[in-house]
Design a protein around this ligand. Structure first.
Ligand SMILES: *Cc1c(COP(=O)(O)O)cnc(C)c1O
Length: 476
């Protein structure tokens, strides 16, 4: 071995030969790293790396380690790249749940992405009236559109639907009573529990009726001078069936009008269009809820509506104005990014005939099983090839869910890949699941019935190549 090369190896007791930080930083191999990551980061990673080389040398070493500047630079570069990778990363949602809260719910259409990018990089007339040149109303950006799309008198927006309900209860029912049917006392995703929000808002919950049956007379008897709200909550993540009775919104509105008590509805998902138009399960629309006489309606922006995280409130002008004036509204207000995205998404609803094309959430919900079946047939041999003989991959029909509490019992026929582990050949679904999550763009699947299900509903054609390409890196 030439003398030059030999000096680049650490041998036991030769830690002194490890090059200095200064010398390495001047080496040509380090210049691109300094330009990309900056001196502080490079020096920190380099020190750590040199320390580990020193330890290896003193301990007799796990064999000789190259000390050439370019070898050290490559090791440091890999560490820097890893540290620079963002924690929040895109994944493939193959869980079959379209609006998956843990994976960020609705995906936004390009129109919204462009609007957000614009609002991020240029000043915008967020609270500025271009006509008068005076201060404007933040929610003005979306109020006109929301009123047009729902038939409501007025509208506003806060951070999410939980915030909308909190604001409504705090402002309209503090130290007063709110009547809710026992069949509608919901918990959503463990963190939104109506009784808890009620307490936080300083409102007193008055439970009406029983879990399975509530009559109008139950509400009528519970009303008192302390009653502030008659509230209806859309039981979005469960269904009560069998011997049941609930009061319709129209009946509740009649009672509210007669006794002078405001009627509020938490719609949860709150669709702006009738989904049966696309053969999807029926979900009450905001417009029909307003038309039925609700004084206030709250719903989420990132569920069926297909927009950004937001809580929308629509209803009577005088009530919305009261909510808007409250200091809590200031604390719950949304950013210009949310407003920009929301306006662009709402604008799509003005042409409902194109919605199934343009609104990402709806496009995923209406994908044809035949399309997904063809996709499964293409991907099955690719995945089988990547997994080898320890696993058996089949294309299979399955069922997707809308998710986020919308239409909990309705399932959408879908298609995808079903993987079983062949125990005799040392296959393990847990290991495979972990390997899928370790891919450059992690794949999130669903495990049930000793099978790993990859539902292809949310793998649109434009993403298929990226999914396919990284299969080569799968190491189960
Ligand atoms: C989802 C949901 C909420 C909470 O909405 P977020 O936008 O997630 O805060 C509240 N009420 C109902 C009925 C819901 O379905």
């Amino acid at each position: 071995m030439p003398a030059e090369k030999k000096r680049n190896l650490v041998e036991p007791g030769r830690a002194a030969e490890i090059p200095s930080v200064d010398r390495l930083l001047n080496a040509r191999a380090f210049q691109p790293l300094l330009t990309q990551h900056g001196r502080t980061q490079v020096v920190a990673e380099l020190r750590t790396h040199l320390d580990s080389l020193r330890h290896a040398a003193l301990a007799g070493g796990p064999g000789p380690t190259a000390l050439a500047a370019d070898v050290i630079a490559a090791a440091v570069a890999a560490k820097l790249a890893q540290a620079a990778r963002l924690t929040l990363r895109p994944v493939f949602n193959l869980t079959g749940t379209v609006l998956h809260t843990n994976l960020g719910r609705a995906l936004l259409p390009d129109e919204a992405v462009r609007a957000v990018a614009q609002a991020l990089t240029a000043p915008v007339n967020l609270e500025f009236d271009l006509q008068s040149g005076r201060r404007g109303e933040r929610d003005g950006v979306i109020e006109k559109l929301l009123c047009e799309l729902t038939g409501a008198e007025a509208a506003m927006v806060v951070n999410n639907n939980a915030a909308a309900v909190l604001l409504m209860l705090s402002v309209l029912a503090n130290r007063r009573e709110v009547l809710v049917s026992r069949g509608e006392l919901i918990e959503i995703g463990g963190s939104f529990r109506l009784p808890d929000i009620m307490r936080r808002a300083g409102a007193k919950l008055v439970e009406v009726g029983t879990t399975n049956r509530t009559h109008l007379s139950d509400y009528a008897q519970a009303l008192s001078p302390r009653s502030a709200l008659l509230m209806k909550v859309h039981t979005s993540n469960y269904a009560i069936s069998g011997f049941t009775k609930s009061v319709t919104l129209a009946e509740l509105v009649e009672l509210g009008r007669a006794r002078g008590v405001t009627v509020a509805v938490d719609l949860g998902s709150g669709s702006l269009v009738d989904l049966t138009r696309w053969q999807l399960p029926r979900e009450p629309t905001v417009r029909e809820t307003v038309a039925a006489g609700a004084d206030l309606v709250t719903f989420s922006g990132d569920k069926l509506l297909g927009g950004p995280q937001a809580g929308l409130l629509v209803g009577r002008g005088e009530l919305i104005r009261k909510l808007r004036k409250d200091p809590l509204k200031r604390a719950l207000r949304v950013s210009k990014l949310t407003l920009a995205a929301l306006e662009a998404v709402l604008a799509l609803y003005r042409a409902p005939e194109f919605l199934a094309d343009r609104l990402t959430t709806l496009r995923l919900l209406v994908r044809s099983p035949a399309q997904m079946q063809a996709q499964a047939a293409r991907l099955r041999p690719r995945l089988q090839g990547a997994l080898g003989e320890a696993y058996q991959v089949a294309d299979a029909p399955m069922f997707s869910q809308i998710g986020s509490g919308a239409l909990p019992i309705d399932q959408l026929p879908s298609y995808g890949l079903a993987i079983r582990a062949l125990k005799g050949k040392r296959g393990s679904l847990e290991r495979l699941d972990a390997a899928l999550r370790a891919l450059p763009r992690p794949v999130i699947s669903r495990m049930a019935e000793k099978t790993l299900w990859l539902d292809l509903r949310c793998l649109e054609a434009c993403d298929e190549a990226a999914f396919d390409t990284q299969l080569g890196e799968l190491r189960p």
